[in-house]
Design a protein around this ligand. Structure first.
Ligand SMILES: NC(=O)c1ccc[n+]([C@@H]2O[C@H](COP(=O)([O-])OP(=O)(O)OC[C@H]3O[C@@H](n4cnc5c(N)ncnc54)[C@H](O)[C@@H]3O)[C@@H](O)[C@H]2O)c1
Length: 273
């Protein structure tokens, strides 16, 4: 295949959940730029994302959807098929975070995080997967996290939900691979979105200490996630399924911040030689 066409999503229909802001908005705009027609889902107002896509010459519809609700998810998929023709790509991005010590995490807290992050992804996979399996083609990209495998304290519900997203991804990849449906995960590190802003608000020095242990030494912009999702959705990834692609600036290499000083000095000395 022509290498340019490998990443071309022209004629494809993609659903992005949590598309009103943050990563979801960047992903929807990016998929539209790659040629896809978009169905945008969120509980927040979608008009900014819609305008951005239409302003760039793309086609999109907004379908207000709470991903926790099976009936609303069914309507999202039915409306996408009815108005755009089918579903080729599903990006399960809607998510919420909660930082709270485990003993202070209520049953309601737990249910909310698990319902949005894990049950929401499950319901969307089931509804869109049915359309994909019937036609024998489709690509699902679930947004996990570095917390899909690595732990932050005081985040039991979030960590568990994102670990669940990863194994949901692998399970569906195994089950649906024989029928032409690929299922992968993208696991972001620290991305500059409203979610990260909310987590870091009022916590002096947190951003600096975090960037200090990222080998690429910066947080990501939402747009940094776009290429990974386009890749996994596109013909370029035709033989990739059940994979977790980390987009984390190298954070999961486990480079402790405390070694950073020595590394910087070592590198400076080596360059002088
Ligand atoms: N920002 C980061 O550093 C980071 C890192 C790793 C993973 N992630 C994951 O990326 C995804 C997007 O995060 P973000 O940083 O853009 O967050 P964000 O809070 O900026 O955006 C999340 C979007 O999801 C929507 N949403 C929440 N509950 C919903 C529901 N019940 N139904 C439909 N939509 C709902 C919100 O309204 C919002 O538009 C999440 O799954 C998050 O866990 C983010």
């Amino acid at each position: 295949m022509n290498p340019v066409k490998l990443f071309d999503l022209s004629g494809q229909v993609a659903i992005v959940t949590g598309a009103a802001r943050g990563l979801g908005r960047a992903l929807a705009v990016g998929l539209a730029a790659a040629g896809a027609k978009l169905a945008l889902a969120d509980i927040l107002d979608l008009s900014c994302t819609l305008a951005q896509i239409e302003g760039g010459g793309g086609e999109a519809i907004a379908v207000p959807t709470d991903v926790r609700d099976r009936a609303q998810v069914a309507r999202l998929v039915a409306e996408t098929v009815g108005r755009l023709g089918t579903v080729d790509v599903l990006v399960n991005n809607a998510g919420i975070n909660l930082i709270r010590p485990t003993l202070e995490t209520s049953e309601e807290d737990w249910d909310l995080v698990l319902d949005v992050n894990l049950k929401g992804a499950f319901l969307c996979c089931q509804a869109a997967g049915r359309v994909m399996l019937e036609k024998g083609a489709g690509a699902i990209v679930n947004i996990g996290s570095i917390n899909s495998e690595y732990v932050f304290p005081n985040s039991a519900a979030y960590n568990a939900s994102k670990a669940g997203v990863l194994l949901l991804t692998k399970t569906l990849a195994y089950e649906w691979g024989p029928y032409g449906v690929r299922v992968n995960a993208v696991c972001p590190g620290f991305m500059e979105t409203p979610m990260l802003e909310e987590i870091q608000r009022g916590k002096q020095g947190l951003a600096e200490s975090r960037t200090g242990r990222i080998p690429l030494r910066r947080f990501a912009a939402p747009e940094d996630l776009v290429g990974a999702v386009i890749f996994l959705a596109s013909p370029a990834a035709a033989y990739v399924t059940g994979h977790a692609l980390y987009v984390d600036g190298g954070w999961t290499l486990g480079w402790p911040g405390v070694e950073r000083v020595n590394l910087d000095e070592d590198l400076k000395r080596a360059l002088r030689l």
